[in-house]
Design a protein around this ligand. Structure first.
Ligand SMILES: [Zn+2]
Length: 96
């Protein structure tokens, strides 16, 4: 399943200040948009949060992304996924 992730900045064309799932501004715990994530810088389509973070790290020059926990077979399709991380399967709709 393909999902959209967005990198954000607090100024038009500025440094990246956040990275979120979806195309809407990321929200804080109180439900309000995060103040310094105003302008979308770029978007990426990826199968899971882990795939998106791998691309994010490459684009930011951070080196390899290490997913949280160990991979395990998806309970629905058997593809490797990270149940201790996002628990999103890159191959099917399974989340959690
Ligand atoms: Zn799956």
């Amino acid at each position: 399943m393909r999902r959209i992730y967005t990198a954000w900045s607090n100024t038009d064309g500025g440094e990246i200040t956040g990275f979120s799932s979806g195309e809407d501004r990321p929200k804080a715990n109180n439900g309000e948009p995060i103040w310094d994530c105003v302008f979308p810088v770029w978007r990426v389509e990826a199968g899971s949060h882990e795939e998106a973070m791998a691309i994010y790290n490459i684009r930011r020059g951070f080196g390899p992304y290490k997913p949280l926990g160990e991979s395990a077979p998806c309970p629905e399709c058997g593809a490797p996924y990270y149940p201790e991380g996002s628990a999103q399967c890159w191959n099917c709709d399974h989340e959690g």
